[in-house]
Design a protein around this ligand. Structure first.
Ligand SMILES: [Zn+2]
Length: 333
């Protein structure tokens, strides 16, 4: 198999890169590729990390996974791209610094569009041609967060794609899982969410999940271990590895989220930890001025799960202070 410059024979590992764009100094934008190919044929699992440049834990989860993978035990192949947006990573920036676009809103991209659109185009072409399943590893830059998954279901897609997408999410065994039904969840997040990698995968028949690995801007090692275990469960589920992939009951699926913002700029003091379950009206954060006066109280609008909370205290009005789950249920299988 060949992905970009990486060529991998059966029973081997290989590395290379995908060329995704040219820069002004005539250098290439190169997305690194890691391949491991089993001695026998089977499905292809693609694991992506670093589509947002401040979300670094996924890179290390991929490295740890590849240390563990033995081609002799694999039926199929794993493709990993641990630095999907090299420009964002280099700039410690969620977006592509050169054009200020969110690469994860540009898929499937355009061959003659903005820089990020061209990067998305050349990357996604390889994904579409190769992947049978996609795990897209994210984190939350500037936010302290519990690990969780986000899985989406879309209209007009084979129901098996939506069902497999949910299965992949639950196999990660995160403390909770956010389900976004794209037929009803309009306007939940700003921007062109249809340009997200996982959504474009699903629309192209590739079950795909976003795996959020806690806080960005640093490596959260306990989540590196957790996600590495989860990926191996996914590999057993899709037949890449031998063995059972058991689902555990009682997993939380969040069906409605909200992202409260402040109206007073100042210093934000969180009063709760990520993963907490709160009653309506509970205090989530205080906004104070620089001499310590309270300017605003951010409170839970109703009973909710705290998914993440702002880490850097300095916030203009309109900053997302917390991500929270408003409605959820527990799985019984
Ligand atoms: Zn992200």
């Amino acid at each position: 198999m060949k992905i970009g410059t990486a060529t991998c024979e059966k029973g081997q590992k290989a590395t290379g890169y995908i060329h995704t764009a040219w820069l002004g100094d005539c250098s290439e934008v190169r997305v690194p590729v890691m391949l491991v190919r089993g001695a026998q044929d089977g499905p292809v699992l693609w694991i992506n990390a670093g589509v947002h440049g401040e979300e670094v834990s996924g890179i290390f989860a991929i490295h740890r996974l590849f240390e563990r993978l033995d081609p002799a035990q694999i039926k199929g192949a794993v493709v990993a791209t641990p630095g999907c947006n090299p420009l964002g990573l280099k700039g410690h920036n969620k977006f592509t610094p050169e054009d200020q676009l969110d690469l994860d809103q540009q898929f499937p991209g355009r061959p003659d569009g903005w820089l990020s659109e061209q990067m998305a185009y050349h990357f996604f072409r390889e994904v579409k041609d190769t992947a049978n399943y996609m795990l897209d590893l994210h984190a939350l830059g500037g936010v302290d967060a519990a690990p969780y998954t986000v899985f989406k279901s879309a209209a007009g897609v084979n129901p098996k794609i939506n069902a497999d997408t949910q299965a992949l999410a639950l196999l990660m065994q995160a403390p909770f899982n956010c389900h976004v039904d794209l037929t009803t969840a309009t306007g939940e997040l700003p921007g062109s969410v249809m340009g997200a990698l996982d959504i474009q995968c699903i629309l192209n028949g590739i079950p795909a999940v976003m795996v959020e690995m806690g806080a960005g801007n640093r490596v959260v090692w306990e989540n590196v271990d957790r996600v590495c275990e989860g990926i191996q469960r996914v590999m057993r589920y899709i037949g890449l590895l031998d063995g059972e992939a058991a689902f555990i009951p009682g997993q939380k699926i969040v069906t409605k989220r909200c992202f409260p913002t402040n109206t007073r700029g100042g210093l934000v003091f969180p009063q709760v930890k990520p993963g907490s379950i709160l009653k309506g009206g509970a205090l989530i954060a205080l906004v104070k001025d620089y001499v310590g006066n309270v300017l605003e109280e951010i409170r839970a609008p109703q009973d909710c799960i705290v998914i993440g909370i702002l880490e850097n205290p300095i916030a203009n009005a309109g900053t997302v202070i917390t991500a929270m789950g408003l409605e959820w249920y527990e799985t019984d299988q």
